[in-house]
Design a protein around this ligand. Structure first.
Ligand code: CMP
Length: 142
């Protein structure tokens, strides 16, 4: 089905200057960027985004990292977009990520793993609404 998913290029990806390289992977796979912005998350905004992880031992480090520098948030649209994005990203832990995936190529550790992608259509809708208003999403007409 035609889906939308949220993609984040994390502070390490921006710091490595691979924003264009990462977006190129999505475009090459047939996903379209229909919303995009760069931002520097506040502690509150990062905590809210990762609220489901608030009881996990890595939560503090995760929020610290995600607020350490600018990020790029994107809405990707396409056939099977949620699964496709996850396939392009590779496993959360870069040491387990398949060759040729974004995490294998650009991530250093499970904490600093270059990209985030929604894990399901339902979470995608929530995550997209967390960062984008309707007017900030620009469906492609051609
Ligand atoms: P992300 O998809 O952004 O969602 C939560 C993040 O927490 C995850 O990517 C990882 O970067 C980070 N993280 C750190 N430790 C773990 C862990 N043990 N399990 C899952 N995610 C972790």
């Amino acid at each position: 089905a035609l889906e939308r998913t949220l993609s984040i290029i994390k502070p390490d990806g921006v710091a490595k200057n691979v924003v264009g390289a990462i977006i190129n992977r999505f475009e090459t796979a047939g996903l379209r960027v229909v919303g995009q912005k760069m931002m520097h998350l506040s502690k509150e905004k990062a905590e809210g985004f990762y609220a489901e992880h608030s009881e996990r031992p890595f939560f503090g480090a995760l929020v610290e990292f995600m607020t350490s520098g600018p990020i790029v948030v994107m809405v990707l649209e396409g056939e099977d977009a949620v699964r496709k994005n996850r396939e392009i990203m590779g496993a959360t832990n870069p040491q387990e990520a398949a060759a040729g995936t974004l995490r294998a190529d650009y991530a250093d550790t499970i904490d600093e793993n270059a990209v985030h992608g929604s894990d399901a259509v339902e979470s995608a809708a929530r995550e997209i609404a967390y960062f984008f208003s309707d007017e900030e999403i620009c469906p492609r007409t051609r």
